[in-house]
Design a protein around this ligand. Structure first.
Ligand code: HEM
Length: 157
């Protein structure tokens, strides 16, 4: 079934693979930008909006930057490379999230918002969306660093 979410277990080793490059190839730069901008517009209205810059211009920069990451992680052109400061892309991305107290609840909100954006995107097959989702569902576990007992755990790859 599409868009399933499994709960994160503190300290678990998370195995994931990067999305198929066919996802990016199907969408192209413009399609990817459309999907991601739609996602972040929804994030701006979501319960996790407070994590992000409230200033519209600053938030617009987040959209541009994050779209580049998703293009590169899907095997598109290496447009995010310079941001990662020489680190492997996924490793860098996990560490970026250390600065924010991300709970399982925030992860569900993030993924739920992505589900809405993917459902609105009709330029790519469900099979490729499922593959992209598989990456997001697993990778997002690594961004969760704050647990229900308020303890912290910073995952590594
Ligand atoms: C699959 C999971 C996720 C991916 C791939 C992802 C991707 C990204 C990317 C590309 C950035 C920009 C990093 C940079 O260049 O500065 C970012 C930043 C951020 N992410 Fe995530 N993220 C994920 C999950 C989450 C979740 C669950 C939250 C929950 C709140 C979250 C909150 C944030 C915040 C607050 C920032 C900083 C925005 C800023 O620049 O102020 N992310 N994320």
């Amino acid at each position: 079934m599409s868009y399933e979410i499994n709960p994160v277990e503190k300290g678990e080793k998370v195995h994931f693979k990067n999305p198929a490059k066919e996802f990016y190839e199907a969408l192209g730069f413009d399609g990817m930008q459309k999907l991601m901008y739609n996602f972040y517009d929804k994030i701006y209205e979501s319960e996790i909006a407070y994590f992000f810059p409230q200033d519209e211009e600053e938030f617009a920069k987040v959209k541009v930057k994050n779209t580049k990451f998703f293009i590169q992680i899907c095997g598109g052109p290496k447009v995010y490379e310079d941001e990662a400061k020489g680190m492997e892309l996924n490793e860098y991305m996990v560490r970026i999230h250390d600065d924010f107290s991300i709970t399982e609840k925030s992860r569900y909100e993030w993924l739920g918002t992505m589900e809405d954006a993917l459902r609105e995107c009709d330029e790519v097959s469900q099979e490729l969306k499922d593959d992209f989702w598989d990456y997001l569902e697993k990778f997002s576990k690594l961004t969760v660093n704050t647990f229900s007992d308020q303890s912290k755990y910073y995952a590594s790859l």
